[in-house]
Design a protein around this ligand. Structure first.
Ligand code: IPM
Ligand code: MG
Length: 385
């Protein structure tokens, strides 16, 4: 029995999560193993029901589950609430309490979607990048933080970016181990779309082909980044000499991602840079609706699409469930150790896209536009052993 805490959240979170559950239920039948789904509230819906974005019951259930599957939180309805009540606090609270310091965001271009990207086909064909984002430190959590009144009556907003050596060390290990499992130069398109060495995080050792880590910082300006660069270099030198390590300033990285994204393999970066760069990277693949993520710690794991709650399209059947479905695949791989099954889901998505089915975010002329639920059903049908 495997216990999955399900937190659909707000907006399209609920719609996409039900499609991911459809796939997990099929996986449970295939594996002949029971999954217990415990549905919980967090985000705006929890503010409406319990007057807090992350109710104790939700946190408790998340802490005692084997994995958490999350949809998305937030929406204009709750935007003007005080800081502690904002739906986004649910996410930050979960990340911090579950100590989910490693956020893994694979950015993969499906061949069928090259036309959906806003960049030229040649630039994006075959993209296979993973963003490794530090998730429990940096400016998101640093103290002091807040808005204070100054003596002259004006206000001053403060956030603090901090990183300790151990925080940098552990995320650097995550990125290097991940790079080890990737055999970039030799990967065939089928492996690229299906096998996804990227999903195999704690490394069992190199496959014999060096991967590459690009550590992104702002070490020409920020002290946290100077320390970041030093520690990443130390971890590299002492453990991962077979992996290529490059450093890049974040402004340049943002530019290189659209200039020549295929130069990247594993991008290692701190919390806020990772937030921004992963949204940018998502557009390479055609839509942010395609990007899954895993947030991993030593004891817990949470899986969620990178996209937000998209209140403008919520409830209309327009949402793309693929990011959530691929997040479920990551859950199967990392938390249930069913890598083969995860690959099968990946291939099912690929197959449905190759057949020309699209949700509206990735649709163009000549494709069959389908609503959220239909996309989920098609992927479920294509997902066979
Ligand atoms: C993300 C989101 C969150 C973040 C928000 C919703 C708090 O943008 O997961 O990328 O900034 O981390
Ligand atoms: Mg973000």
């Amino acid at each position: 029995m495997f216990k999955i805490a399900v937190i659909p959240g707000d907006g399209i979170g609920t719609e996409v999560t039900s499609q991911a559950i459809r796939i997990l239920k099929k996986a449970s039948r295939i594996l002949n193993e029971q999954f217990e789904f415990v549905e919980l509230k967090a985000g705006g819906i929890a503010v409406d029901t319990f007057s807090k974005p992350l109710p104790d019951e939700t946190l408790k259930a998340a802490l005692s589950s084997d994995a958490v599957l999350l949809g998305a939180v937030g929406g204009p309805k709750w935007d003007s609430l005080p800081y502690e009540l904002k739906p986004e606090q649910a996410l930050l609270g979960l990340r911090k309490s579950l100590e989910l310091y490693a956020n893994i965001r694979p950015v993969i271009m499906f061949d069928a979607l090259t036309e959906s990207s806003s960049l030229k086909v040649d630039v994006v064909r075959g993209i296979d990048i993973v963003v490794v984002r530090e998730l429990t430190g940096g400016i998101y959590f640093g103290k002091p933080a807040g808005i204070r009144h100054l003596a002259d009556g004006t206000r001053r907003g403060v956030n603090t970016m901090t990183y300790t050596e151990p925080e940098i060390e552990r995320i650097a290990h995550t990125a290097f181990k991940l790079a080890k499992t990737r055999k970039k130069s030799s990967r065939s398109p089928a492996e690229r779309d299906g096998a996804k060495g990227a999903h195999e995080i704690p490394s069992k050792g190199s496959f014999g082909f060096a991967g590459k880590v690009t550590s992104v910082d702002k070490a020409n300006i920020l002290h946290t980044s100077m320390l970041w660069r030093e520690v990443v270099n130390e971890v590299h030198k002492s453990h991962y000499n077979d992996i290529q390590l490059d450093h890049m300033y974040v402004d340049n990285a943002a530019m290189q991602l659209v200039r020549n994204p295929k130069q990247f393999d594993v991008i290692l970066t701190e919390n806020m840079f990772g937030d921004i760069l992963s949204d940018e990277a998502s557009m390479l693949t055609g839509s942010i609706g395609m990007l899954p993520s895993a947030s991993l710690g030593e004891k817990h794991a949470l899986y969620e699409p990178v996209h937000g709650s998209a209140p403008d399209i919520a409830g209309k059947g327009l949402a793309n469930p693929i990011a959530s479905i691929l997040s479920a695949a990551m859950l199967l791989e990392y938390s249930i150790k069913q890598k083969e099954l995860a690959k099968k889901i990946f291939r099912a998505v690929k197959c449905v896209l190759n057949e020309g089915y699209r949700t509206s975010d990735i649709a163009y002329d000549g494709c069959t536009a389908v609503p959220t639920e239909k996309m989920g059903q098609l992927i479920e049908q294509a997902f066979t052993m």
